[in-house]
Design a protein around this ligand. Structure first.
Ligand code: IPM
Ligand code: MG
Length: 354
């Protein structure tokens, strides 16, 4: 097949992990006879430096015209002073909104060989395999932000339609797994959460009657996620809760650096990014884990290009590399020598099979 992929590597460790994911895509293209056109564009802090805008019009146009977008990470101390008016994060939020990618899938599973990399006990982690579906283009992230001499406010708003569409994505996913859907909210306090709960009930009961639906308050969910993570399967939640809970959930897999994400809208075009940040403290040192970025490329192959076999080949190559013991510092076993970002990417490519 022929596809055009926008590559917006961004800041910090973004470029070095993204280049590994790009190499994997090139290798997949070559092995399976796909013509994958990968086009780089500035985004985030680097785009502020170059163009005064974290999402320059040409980058947005490229992303709109692409079949998929592969993103690295954005931000860093240079662009985070509180008095700055233009921030890299604004570009990311605008891109998500402009592309209409309202459902952010964040799968978390534990590779058995990494059970000792997590700060949690191995027996608690056994069999963890869950997916968060985070609403991505609404809620407090996008409501009016006001600052006055005496205070500040951020509006959290959701429309019925915004809740319905993300719940449908989560429910379809749950149907393909254990047929259980957990909806996380704060309905004991927030009006938006009461709406969320009502809409979720209605959509699931009427359109997915085979699903077992459960509601949980976000504070309890934060606790149960580390107390009994095996019980989680598909969890759907609003933007801010999803942001927080997925960083927490990443510890179940052993490292934030391992986790990919797919942001999807109504059509096949998606935005794919590791869930980690730009980690400016280790940028350029070859210490970053490229697996989150590489697995994001696998999700891109699956969800935007419909290349399931190729996606699975990337995922099993990653699993083989972890099994073999080749690991970046974040997941290296104590006393073993860690591999570089580059070496990890190269090892994944070496294990791609047909
Ligand atoms: C994420 C990140 C972003 C978010 C930041 C960089 C704006 O934390 O993708 O989880 O909060 O959505
Ligand atoms: Mg986050």
């Amino acid at each position: 097949m022929k596809a055009r992929i926008a590559v917006i590597a961004g800041d910090g460790i973004g470029p070095e992990v993204t280049v590994e994911a790009v190499q994997v895509l090139r290798a997949i293209g070559a092995r399976h006879g796909h013509d994958l056109e990968l086009i780089d564009a500035p985004f985030g802090g680097i785009a502020i430096d170059l163009h005064g805008d974290p999402l320059p019009p040409a980058t947005l146009e490229l992303c709109r015209g692409a079949d998929a977008v592969l993103l690295g990470a954005i931000g860093g101390p240079k662009w985070s002073a509180p008095q700055l008016k233009v921030r890299p994060e604004q570009g990311l939020l605008r891109l998500r909104r402009e592309l209409g990618v309202f459902a952010n899938l964040r799968p978390v599973s534990l590779h058995p060989a990494l059970r000792n990399s997590s700060p949690l006990k191995a027996e608690v982690l056994e069999g963890v395999d869950l997916v968060f579906v985070r609403e991505l283009t609404g809620g407090i992230y996008f409501g009016d932000k006001v600052r006055s001499a005496t205070g500040a406010s951020d509006l959290c708003a959701y429309s019925i339609a915004e809740v319905e569409r993300v719940v449908r994505v989560a429910a379809r996913l749950a149907m393909s797994r254990r047929r259980r859907l957990l909806s996380i909210d704060k309905a004991n306090v927030l009006e938006t959460s009461r709406l969320w709960r009502e809409v979720t009930e209605r959509v699931v009961r009427s359109e997915f009657p085979q699903l077992q639906l459960e509601h949980m308050l976000v504070d309890a969910a934060a606790m149960h996620l580390i107390r009994r993570p095996r019980d989680f399967d598909v969890a759907v939640t609003e933007n801010l809760f999803g942001d927080i809970l997925t960083d927490e959930a990443s510890m179940l897999a052993g490292s934030l650096g391992l986790l990919p994400s797919a942001s999807l809208g109504e059509g096949p075009r998606g935005l794919y990014e590791p869930i980690h940040g730009s980690a400016p403290d280790i940028a350029g040192l070859g210490l970053a884990n490229p697996i989150g970025a590489i697995l994001s490329a696998a999700l891109l192959l699956r969800h935007s290009l419909g290349l399931e076999r190729e996606a699975a080949a990337v995922e099993s190559a990653v699993a083989a590399v972890i099994d073999q013991g080749l690991r970046t510092p974040d997941i290296a076993a104590p006393g073993t020598s860690a591999a570089s970002t580059r070496a990890c990417g190269a090892a994944v490519i070496a294990r791609l099979h047909d």
